[in-house]
Design a protein around this ligand. Structure first.
Ligand code: MN
Length: 263
């Protein structure tokens, strides 16, 4: 049961994440049609990017702390995590508490093609070459498992390492562009974390006050603070101000944030 670990970690009465349906025919249906991939930008305890490849009815998943890089000389750490349901691939929203509490943004999606004959064997071996056809990520990539921690194994030999590297191959789609900064927003809703949060929790977002001490309200308040740091508001009239030396700092750090909190 590939989604067992996914479900055990989550309380679906408290999380808006999809429980995921079993798809008994998925293994066969994968053949001859395109495979889905997505990257979800996840503002949790730490900001990271969840890289997911559809395979055998689930999404194989890696958490990439710094996100994918288009620079072929850059190797990005990618921690192999539990399989996610296919439905998760369109999920975007606020997880108010519990496992993964924070904001999930659908940062990229599209299709992927393995560049190997046997995906399972490639995963087992720790070397999966593939191509992506998304909005932001395209071309040839590889996920390669790093060697296990020395001395980390038991009598049966070292357990396979959970840490992999996500690397872009040199091609027409590689280059020095910092894609996470250049294209920070959602491919689903078009906006940033700020927009997802304000849609999901408008009351807390707008007032940022109230007497509730529930865990989720506390989490939301902390999220608001983090989003305001990560995605500072810039307003059209300040774009001209910014060209005048000396006004940039005050315009960016005080005014927009206070405006955003007004009910
Ligand atoms: Mn995550």
């Amino acid at each position: 049961m590939p989604l067992k670990e996914y479900r055990e970690k989550r309380d679906f009465k408290r999380s808006p994440e999809p429980r995921g349906e079993e798809r008994p025919g998925a293994r066969r249906r994968t053949k001859g049609r395109t495979r889905f991939f997505c990257v979800q930008k996840h503002l949790a305890t730490q900001l990271h990017y969840d890289f997911r490849l559809e395979h055998n009815g689930v999404l194989l998943s890696w958490a990439v702390p710094k996100g994918p890089s288009l620079d072929s000389s850059v190797k990005r750490l990618a921690m192999h995590v539990e399989d996610h349901p296919i439905d998760y691939g369109t999920f975007e929203g606020v997880i108010p508490e519990g496992y993964g509490a924070g904001i999930v943004m659908l940062w990229d999606h599209g299709t992927w093609e393995p560049q190997v004959d046997d995906i399972d064997a490639a995963i087992e071996k720790g070397d999966l070459k593939f191509t992506l056809d998304g909005y932001k990520l395209k071309g040839s990539w590889v996920l390669v498992r790093t060697r296990g921690t020395p001395g980390g194994g038991g009598a049966g030999g070292p357990a396979p390492s959970q840490s992999w590297l996500l690397i872009k191959h040199r091609d027409d789609w590689s280059g020095p562009l910092d894609i996470s900064t250049f294209a920070p927003n959602s491919v689903k809703s078009g906006g940033g974390f700020r927009d997802i949060l304000s849609q999901e929790a408008p009351d807390v977002w707008l007032s940022n006050r109230g007497n509730s001490s529930s865990a989720s309200i506390q989490t939301l308040r902390r999220l608001i603070e983090r989003v305001e740091k990560l995605e500072p508001l810039t307003e059209p009239e300040e774009a001209t101000e910014k060209q005048t030396p000396g006004t940039t700092r005050s315009a960016r750090t005080s005014t927009p944030q206070r405006k955003a909190r007004k009910p």
